[in-house]
Design a binder for this molecule. Structure first.
Ligand code: GLY
Ligand code: MN
Ligand code: MN
Length: 436
C-alpha cells in the first residue's frame, strides 16, 4: 500500500508551516481527487491530489485532510476509506483508519463515512474555513451551507510548494535522470521508418521497468507532427529525413520530470534542421543562464526570446529589425514560430503551482533557491501553416529542447543534464542499439 516517500518529520514540518498562517478559529479541510471514469464502469488509474500528497502523502481515494486548533495546538486528521473486505476484493487493499493513525503524519484518523457529522461539529465551533473547492462535492455542499467565511487554502500551500526541500530535490533529480536515460534509450533505438508509437513504447517501458510512470501524455511527433504543440496521437511512421520531437517525462513519488529532445530518425541533421536546432539550443542555454536567484520570472522568457528573434532575422525568416521582431511586450512576429512560454514550475504537478506561467495574474515571482522549473524554447514551421510565410527549406521542422532546472545560490543546476543535446552527441548515438 506504499511507503511514504518522506519522513514523518518532513510532513509535520510542512503542516506546521502551513497551519501557522491561520487564526486559531479556522477549520482547514483539504480534499483529494475524485475517482474519474474512463469508460462506463471502469476508471482511470487513481492519482491523489497533489496538495494531499504534499501535506501527508495519502494516496488512496475518498479522503479529506482536516486540521483545527485544540487546547493550544493544531491537530491534523484524515478521513479515509474504512477497511471493507468486499470492497477490497475488487478495488485493492485499504490502509483504513487504524493504519492511517499508526503510520501517517496525523494525530487522528476517522472513517470518511463519519465525515459529515464530524465536520459539522467542527463547523459549529469555527469562524472560518480554509479549503479547496471543486474536488469533493459532499464537502463543498457542507461548506456552502455553513455560512462561514471561506478562504482558498491554495494561496498559502502554493507558496510553500514552490520552494523544494532537499528531500524533494533528491527525488526530482532521480526523476530527471530516469527521464533522461529513457530518452537516450529512445534515441539509440531510433531508425528511419520507425513508428512514433514505438519510440513512445521504448521510453515508457523504461519508466515502467523502473517502477515509474509518465507524468503527462508523452508527445512523440515525427516531421510535421512536431509542429503540433500538444500532439499525442503518436500513431504515424516517421520518414527518412524527418526529425522526431519527443516530450516525455516521468513521475517518482508523485514528483514530475519533463524533458524534450529532438533528433533526426536517420541519425544525420540536414543543414536547415541544423540551423534551426542550433538556434533553439542557443536560446535554451541563454534561458538556463538566466535562472539566477533574484531575477524576475520573465527574465528567462526574455532571454530565450531575444536569441530566437535575432536568429530568425539572421536566417532570413523574419525580414525586419530586432526591435520589431521582438515587438511590444515580447509579442512580435517571432511569436509566429515560438508560440508558447519558455517554461513553468515543476514539482508534484508537471505544470506546478506557484505562478510563473504565461497568463498568470499577480505580481511576478523572483527566482529563489529551491525552485525547480523547466526551460523549453522551441521553433515550429508546420508545412500546413497557410497563415504565415517562411522559406520552404524550413517547412516541416519542429524543434523543442527542454530541461529541468534547479535554482541555487551557486547558479542553475540542470537535473536532466545526463541526456545529450549537442548535435554531434545526438548524431553519434542515434540507432546505436539497432541490431543488424
Ligand atoms: N510536457 C508539457 C510541457 O512541456 O509543458
Ligand atoms: Mn515537456
Ligand atoms: Mn514543460
Amino acid at each position: 500500500m506504499g511507503q511514504l516517500p518522506f519522513s514523518l518529520e518532513e510532513y509535520r514540518s510542512r503542516q506546521d508551516r502551513f497551519l501557522s498562517k491561520y487564526n486559531e478559529d479556522t477549520l482547514v479541510l483539504i480534499p483529494t481527487n475524485p475517482v474519474r471514469i474512463r469508460s462506463n464502469d471502469t476508471s482511470y488509474p487513481y492519482r491523489a491530489n497533489s496538495y494531499m500528497l504534499y501535506l501527508c502523502g495519502w494516496k488512496q481515494p475518498e479522503a479529506v485532510f482536516m486540521a483545527f486548533h485544540d487546547s493550544g495546538i493544531w491537530k491534523s486528521c484524515l478521513f479515509v476509506q474504512p477497511r471493507d473486505t468486499r470492497a477490497e476484493i475488487w478495488e485493492g487493499r485499504r490502509v483504513g483508519t487504524e493504519g492511517a493513525a499508526s503510520f501517517w503524519p496525523i494525530d487522528e484518523a476517522f472513517s470518511i463515512d463519519d465525515m459529515e457529522q464530524i465536520v459539522q461539529e467542527k463547523i459549529s465551533n469555527s469562524y472560518s474555513i480554509s479549503t479547496i473547492i471543486g474536488f469533493d462535492k459532499r464537502l463543498d455542499d457542507m461548506i456552502d451551507k455553513s455560512n462561514l467565511e471561506i478562504t482558498d487554502a491554495r494561496t498559502i500551500l502554493d507558496d510553500l510548494r514552490v520552494i523544494k526541500s532537499d528531500e524533494e530535490i533528491k527525488i526530482m533529480h532521480d526523476a530527471g535522470i530516469l527521464a533522461s536515460n529513457a530518452h537516450v534509450e529512445g534515441i539509440k533505438k531510433t531508425y528511419a521508418g520507425i513508428g512514433e508509437w514505438e519510440i513512445q513504447s521504448i521510453i515508457e517501458a523504461h519508466f515502467s521497468i523502473n517502477q515509474s510512470c509518465p507524468s503527462y501524455s508523452s508527445i512523440v511527433g515525427g516531421g510535421d507532427n512536431a509542429t503540433i504543440l500538444h500532439y499525442n496521437s503518436n500513431n504515424m511512421v516517421i520518414d527518412d529525413g524527418d526529425l522526431v520531437l519527443v516530450d516525455a517525462g516521468c513521475e517518482i513519488s508523485g514528483y514530475a520530470s519533463d524533458i524534450t529532445r529532438t533528433w533526426p530518425v536517420n541519425g544525420k541533421f540536414s543543414d536547415p534542421q541544423k540551423e534551426i536546432y542550433n538556434l533553439v539550443l542557443k536560446a535554451e542555454k541563454a534561458a538556463i543562464e538566466a535562472c539566477i536567484v533574484g531575477s524576475p520570472w520573465s527574465s528567462i522568457h526574455h532571454a530565450s526570446s531575444k536569441v530566437l528573434a535575432q536568429g530568425l532575422i539572421e536566417l532570413g525568416i523574419l525580414e525586419c529589425d530586432f526591435e520589431e521582431a521582438l515587438g511590444e511586450n515580447f509579442n512580435g512576429p517571432y511569436r509566429n514560430f515560438f508560440m508558447h512560454g519558455t517554461g513553468h514550475m515543476l514539482g508534484l504537478d508537471v505544470h506546478d503551482v506557484g505562478g510563473g506561467r504565461q497568463g498568470d495574474n499577480g505580481p511576478e515571482r523572483l527566482l529563489s533557491p529551491g525552485m525547480v522549473l523547466t526551460v523549453e524554447p522551441g521553433l515550429y514551421f508546420g508545412s500546413w501553416r497557410s497563415d504565415i510565410e517562411f522559406p520552404e527549406r524550413y517547412s516541416g521542422i519542429g524543434i523543442r529542447i527542454e530541461d529541468d532546472v534547479l535554482v541555487t545560490n551557486e547558479g542553475p543546476v540542470i537535473l536532466t543534464s545526463s541526456c545529450p543535446k549537442e548535435i554531434s552527441e545526438i548524431e553519434s548515438i542515434v540507432g546505436e542499439m539497432i541490431e543488424g
